[in-house]
Write a protein that binds this ligand. Structure first.
Ligand code: CA
Length: 201
């Protein structure tokens, strides 16, 4: 109920204030890049860096960057930046490592790739400015192969605080305009994260 009320208030605020976004977006979100891209060094890769410029006519007070990512390396995950500043780590958005889950790949070097869907989000209002902004995603290690898609800037939503260092169990918010569903997530505790050298896929 709380989130429904929050969304009603949010939608009302958005409607009344008519927050300006770029010409391709609705009042609630800016689609920075919807298409899937493959970064890494395996066949079909598009390199190890992807950048895209997006334009804002105003900076919303409550903006979150969200994206879907599949296949990244846990120990050396891709880094995401807005205008040259890291938005935060995607590591806490990985599910807990489970050797019995076929979506987890154990690499020869002892590191791990997660081939299931990871949905990450970050508060980014302080990193945005009016005019051109640059979204960037870059490999944490050049041989890490992964796909990302649905890079979206969302406004005024009931996003929880992104997971931090401690294990947290919660429900991902339901983005406005997307299918109604809730996914339970359990970020990995830092002590479970190990770093080793070698080859990742
Ligand atoms: Ca690779």
């Amino acid at each position: 109920m709380k989130s429904i009320i929050a969304k009603f208030i949010c939608a009302t605020v958005v409607a009344l204030s008519a927050i300006a976004v770029d010409q391709h977006a609705s009042a609630e979100q800016v689609i920075i890049e919807a298409q899937a891209h493959h970064l890494g060094d395996d066949p079909g890769n598009e390199g190890t860096v992807f950048e895209k410029t997006f334009v804002l006519n105003s900076v919303p007070p409550d903006a979150f960057l969200q994206l879907d990512i599949t296949g990244p390396n846990l120990e050396s995950p891709p880094q995401i930046l807005i205008n040259g500043t890291a938005v935060g780590s995607i590591q806490p958005f990985f599910p807990p490592y489970n050797p019995n889950d076929p979506r987890w790949i154990l690499n020869p070097d002892g590191s791990h790739d997660f081939t299931g869907l990871i949905q990450a989000w970050f508060p980014v209002t302080s990193l945005l400015h009016v005019g051109s902004n640059i979204f960037r995603i870059q490999n944490g290690r050049p041989d890490d192969d992964y796909f990302f898609s649905n890079v979206i800037l969302t406004y005024c939503q009931a996003h929880p605080v992104p997971p931090q260092s401690k294990e947290v169990v919660g429900a991902r918010p339901i983005p406005i305009g997307r299918a109604s569903r809730t996914t339970t997530w359990t970020p990995l505790a830092p002590k479970e994260i190990r770093s080793k050298d070698g080859v990742a896929d």
